[in-house]
Design a protein around this ligand. Sequence first.
Ligand code: ADP
Ligand code: MG
Length: 481
Amino acid sequence: MEEDYKRVWAECLEVIKDTLGPENRKAFDTWFTPIVPLQLEGTTLLVQVPSPFFYEWIEEHYIDLLKRVIRMQLGPNGMLKYSIVVDQTIPTDPMVTTLPSSQRSSTRNPLTDLPVNLNRDGSRDIPNPFVIPGIQKTRVNSQLSPNYTLENFVEGDCNRLARSAGYAVAEKPGQTAFNPMLLHGNVGLGKTHLANAIGLKTKQLHPDKTVLYVTSEQFMQQFAEAGRAGTTNDFIHFYEMIDVLIVDDIQFWSGKAPKTQEAFFHVFNRLHQRGCQIIITSDKAPGDLQGLEPRLLNRLKWGLSADLQAPDVETRKRILRQKLQNDGIDMSDEVIEYIAYNINANVRELEGALISLIAQSSFNRKQITLDLTKQMIDKYVQNTTREITIDYIQKVVCDYLELPVDAIQQTSRKREIVQARQLSMYFAKKITKSSLAVIGAQCGNKDHATVLHACKQIENLRQTDRYMRKMVDELEKKLAE
Ligand code: ADP
Ligand code: MG
């Protein structure tokens, strides 16, 4: 009976060896054979490990496996306790500290939590995990981009909810109602940027959390590779130890990859149970995500789904100014306005236009003038879709009448302002596909009847009033430019 602990550990080792398989033989020799069983107290097995680092490594990489094995041998209350040799350089009577196996599944424990100085007198060799074959990483590479921060994610009506929910999530990952957090919106509206930014902010506020960003395509490929290599369990374990998991572009799985989706479903449930945060992006709203496993789709509805809209013109200007400031480049307001008014589909195009313009001007050593901008942007816009917006019409009309562009939003009944508003409505009706209600809402918050009246009024004046005819003709030309 006295030797029970040895027998229990020997049996554990058998199972571990089996589970790891021959391809992980090196890892087994490195991390498991040095463990020495010491004692069995009820259902708690005390084992000795050679160093604090060793303890951390095992907790980080093999805790799930160990837990399972211990419970197999010692029943559901089976526990593992470590006795850690703190300093091997003192030959007599090594100091020992015991730590219980962590209750959290497995995140890296910060070194500072251990009551030892690992590098005392430089006399200790810390095993370098990079040189141990069969094991690739010491730390999960977060795959976050340092450039996509929350600070440089410009706020506007188009993203306010998503951005502030993102901040809340970063402050208390897994602890808010926003779990999972689903970010959706058309391409180029900032989903990847915002998801990444939440990851960075989380790392900043909680350095001890393991954050991982993956694209759904990457997840699918890794899963397929793990299947081929027979390491699917490792794959699942790896994902189960992440604290904040960001999966980008989940629509990629639509109508395919049922096994990947199943694996993710499993990981999702485990993480959610453990109070870990899950952030998912999609270019479709949950209701339109056809071809995704219904079970998975159902899970996605648990938390918050926040959408990103196309930014309005003021936000577009602020985004441009911020990009310029980051790059240390100066541009006149009229140039910025021209770009902001003419490129409205999404932020990626806005950035693309800005970059081409900067490139043009530096290749040809030309100043970035309004003329150069017009040529460039017009070419650029022809290649994409040029769409004249109500914003742009208002801008042209107000410039022509020498009014500030927000004049249209004022409730004023001053003749020139009423005229500007009516002209904007008239051209918006003529040129854009917007409904009367939308036009009214954007032109000083009026109803559709007011818009209709304005259109008739301008048309009448155009027939009867020479001055008005000239003005409408000139504006028409400017808008067509
Ligand atoms: P999505 O993933 O939705 O397709 P991205 O996150 O890749 O879009 O965004 C496209 C580009 O636009 C990125 O370079 C990003 O930095 C930028 N961007 C998007 N939204 C904003 C914003 N609100 N503030 C600053 N940059 C933004
Ligand atoms: Mg993206």
